[in-house]
Each structure stands twice: as C-alpha cells, then as structure tokens.
Ligand binder design. Structure first.
Ligand SMILES: Nc1ncnc2c1ncn2[C@@H]1O[C@H](COP(=O)(O)OP(=O)(O)OP(=O)(O)O)[C@@H](O)[C@H]1O
Length: 468
C-alpha cells in the first residue's frame, strides 16, 4: 500500500498531514505522558463524508479515548479540516493490528541526515519503515547480558566502526532489545546535527513484500537502485527469509553491492549466522564475517533496572517491592515485562489508585498465572545436579568440596527464589541444614552473580529451564 493511501482507500496525503498536526496538538494539550499511554497507538483510518475514523487496538483504549478525549479530538480535527463534523473512534478489526503502520507515527519514513533534500527522502519513503521515537540509546538500559551488543551498536552509530563491524549482526531471543538497538543506531546516524547519512531500516518481511511487489510492478531496477543508494541498510528479523530463496538471493546481491561500496549493513535475527539453517551458505558466511553480537537473556538485575527506568518515565510512582516482584516473576522477555508495567500504570491512571503489590496481583493475574507453575525443591535439586553433573544425593550430603558445595548453594538460592518455602524449610530439604546456611548460600550466589557474568548466565539458564 503506498504511504499516501489510507486503509479505507482514500487518497490521504493531505489527510495524513492534518492527522500529524492533530496528534502534535493533542500531545501539547494533554501532555506527553498521557498521550503516550492512551493515544500513541491511534491510527487514522480515513475520512468518509464529514466523519473521520480513528482506530485503536483494544476496546478498553477505544472507550477510554472516546470518553476522555473524544470531544478534544473532534475540536482539533474541525480546526484542521472544515469538512469534519464528527470523529468516530473504533477498534481495529482482529488481524489488522498493524493497519496503516506508516501513519502511526508522524515521523520520517526513511531516516535521513538533515542536509539532504527532504523531497528526496520522501521519494524513497516506500522503501523503508518508520523509526520508533522511544527506541534510542538514552532509553536503552545496559547490563551484563546486552553490554557487548550495546557497545557494538554504539561504535557503529558513532560512525567510527572499523571494517570488522560490517556487517553488524545482532542476535538473541524474542523481545530482548535487538530492534531497539537498531532503531537507536538509525536515530543516532540520521538525526545528529551535521550528519548526512541515509539510513533504511525495515523488517526482513517488509523487504520481501517490497521485493515481490517490485517484481509484480516490473520495477525491480528501481527497487534495487533505491536500496543500493542508502548509506546504511538495516534488516530486522532476518530469520523470516528462511526458505525464501528468491528474496535471499536479492538480499545477497544488495548486501554485496552495499558492502563493496563501503556502506554499512546491520542485521538482526533470532539465531547466530552459523545456526540459521535454511539460509543459503554463501549468505550465512557473509553475514558472519563482520561483528556478531549476542543479546543474552535478561538477568534479574537487568529486569529490575529496566523497570526502574521505565517506571520513572511513566510518571506514576511504582514501589520498589512491586518492581522486584515483577522482575522476579516475569522472566521471559522485556516486552512482557514492559507490557505488565504499562498495564499497572494504566490501571493506576484509570482508577486514580496508587500501584501496590495487591493491585499488581489483581491487574496482572492472567500474566502471573502463566508463571505460577509450582516448582518443587526436589525438582530444583534434580535439575541443578544434572546441570553440574553431580549426584542428587549430594544436595543433602555433608561434603564441602567446591564442586559439590557451589551447586548446592545455587539450588538453595533457586529454591528461595522460585518456591514459597521458608529458609528453615529449605534447610531441612538440604540434609537438615540450618536456616543461616541457606541465608549464606543466597547471599553468596547473589554476590557471584554480580561479579561473574558466566556464573550469572548459568544461574539464569537454570531458572528459565525450571520455569518452562
Ligand atoms: N535493555 C533494554 N532497555 C530498555 N528497553 C528494552 C531493553 N531491551 C528491550 N527493551 C524493550 O523491550 C521491548 C522489546 O524489544 P525489541 O522489540 O527491541 O526486541 P527484539 O529483540 O527485537 O524482539 P523480536 O525478536 O521479537 O523482534 C521494546 O519495547 C524495547 O524498548
């Protein structure tokens, strides 16, 4: 769909500009925090007669926006467009969650340095995707699991990366910040004063759709030329190209042309190049010949730091106990963690009630239930013993050799974290040990997690496998 056509088929260049101004004025009127909570996901659907339709992703948001901001939206629209009399706020139909994504943010579609003609950027705007204004280096929280990827991203964004950084390949599990880092690089490269860098960011899926539509319209030459004219090409979620040989071939040629011309490529995927089976060997080899950086699963400490940063920006006080609870419970990925916090904040706004541990339980009961599988101490002992290749009976033995005592301490630590057992109860399950021994084990493991990233990762891995 060309950027100038709205989902309802209206030719919408003018309308899109008006919508951008309405959004900007809304933001001014109600403040950035409110705007981000309630209206960031509002998408313009179109104008029919005298009625503008705006879509929101959930009924809850729709009702809230209708009640609180419906009148203001109407006034703002009327001042922008004389033919508008009413604003209809609707829920986006299921399966159409990304309707008109190009209209979702009033931002340049192709990130572009300031000195190059804007028209030029707009001409190429069908090629790339919008950048999320929230995904910058300033909002990215750095911790042991992502510090290497972050350092690499910074280096490329500074524009001083050695050839060894081309391509930069970021990989890791779902929702761990790869897209965030890519957008941060794009913002930095294209928006810093004095820079004149053309950056094209898009998902691998979008790359494929653009390629197919260019084939259909017999405009592949233009497509190739557009892509090859950028300074930095970013392709997100490359695993999408697995098994799509034609698109891989096209990407391979684009890749070579850009690298040969000294342009930077940045790619993300869920696996390392060597593990991306289903991607042609020659492409895999090229992908792996620059800098490959892993974004590891989060640790408790990183999750807590991310929550603290996000809560501070949300403008609603969130007690430390609530954040500790969430960081301990919601371990799968940052996206879920962030979603949980957003729900708590929205609830606090809606009912004008402070965030407490009780409201967290109440509001997030469905999310928490998924994490609430009962884990037994016996299960923990068995899993830890297997992991360190010792006998389960050593968990209760009196032996104090390091290779036995350390896994035992880890098992005690996990028992404290993942079960509701008291210290004396845990002690009893570990050969009738005193509760002070368990306390010491928990403190020791905490200290080692802070000091040794390899150790921290091991413990996190064990925790995650126990929670599946
Ligand atoms: N270290 C971090 N600091 C702040 N926010 C983070 C961090 N890591 C992830 N996030 C946030 O978590 C959410 C998910 O991150 P992102 O979309 O970048 O994940 P991803 O690794 O690209 O996932 P996917 O594989 O699903 O594409 C985003 O809102 C992002 O801002």
């Amino acid at each position: 769909m060309p950027a100038s056509v709205l989902p309802d088929g209206t030719d919408g260049d003018l309308l899109t500009r008006q919508w951008a101004r309405v959004r900007a004025r809304l933001q001014d009127e109600i403040g950035e925090v409110e705007y981000r909570h309630w209206l960031r996901q509002a998408v313009l659907h179109g104008l029919d007669g005298d009625e503008v339709t705006v879509m929101l992703p959930t009924r809850f948001l729709r009702d809230w926006v209708n009640k609180e901001y419906g009148a203001l939206l109407t006034v703002l629209w009327q001042s922008e467009n004389k033919s508008v009399r009413r604003v209809d706020i609707r829920t986006r139909p299921a399966g159409n969650a990304s309707a008109a994504p190009d209209l979702a943010e009033p931002l340049p579609v192709l990130a572009h340095g300031k000195t190059t003609a804007r028209r030029d950027a707009e001409d190429r705007s069908e090629t790339a995707a919008p950048l999320d204004p929230r995904f910058t280096f300033e909002t990215f929280v750095v911790g042991k699991p992502n510090e290497f990827a972050y350092a690499c991203a910074r280096r490329v964004a500074d524009g001083h990366a050695a050839p060894g950084f081309n391509p930069l390949f970021l990989y890791g599990g779902v929702g761990l910040g790869k897209t965030h880092l890519m957008h941060a690089i794009a913002w930095e490269l294209s928006h810093r004063e004095g820079r004149d860098v053309v950056v094209a960011y898009m998902s691998a899926e979008k790359f494929m759709h653009r390629f197919i539509s260019a084939l259909r319209r017999q405009s592949t030459i233009e497509f190739k030329n557009e892509l090859r004219s950028v300074d930095v090409l970013m392709i997100d979620d490359l695993q999408f190209l697995i098994g799509k040989d034609g698109t891989q071939e096209e990407f391979f040629h684009t890749f070579n042309a850009l690298v040969d011309a000294g342009k930077q490529i940045i790619v993300s995927a869920d696996k390392s190049p060597s593990d991306l089976s289903g991607i042609e060997d020659r492409l895999r080899t090229r992908l792996g010949c620059g800098m490959v950086a892993d974004v590891h699963a989060t640790t408790y400490e990183l999750r807590l730091a991310i929550l603290e940063a996000k809560a501070a920006r949300a403008g609603v006080p969130v007690p430390g106990r609530v954040m500790e609870f969430l960081a301990q419970k919601i371990t799968s990925n940052v996206r879920e963690l962030e979603g949980a916090l957003n729900r708590l904040v929205a609830h606090a706004h809606l009912f004008e009630r402070p965030v407490t541990l009780e409201t967290a339980h109440e509001v997030l009961h469905d999310v928490l239930r998924a994490y609430d599988r009962k884990i037994t101490i016996e299960e923990i002992q068995k899993r830890v013993a297997e992991h360190y290749n010792i006998r389960v009976s050593e968990m209760s033995s009196a032996r104090r050799a390091r290779n036995i005592a350390r896994p035992r301490q880890i098992a005690m630590y996990l028992a404290k974290q993942l079960t509701s057992r008291s210290l004396p109860e845990i002690g009893r399950k570990f050969g009738n040990r005193d509760h002070t021994t368990v306390m010491h084990a928990v403190a020791k493991v905490n200290q080692l997690i802070g000091a040794d990233p390899g150790f921290a990762e091991d413990v996190e891995l064990l925790r995650r496998t126990l929670m599946i």
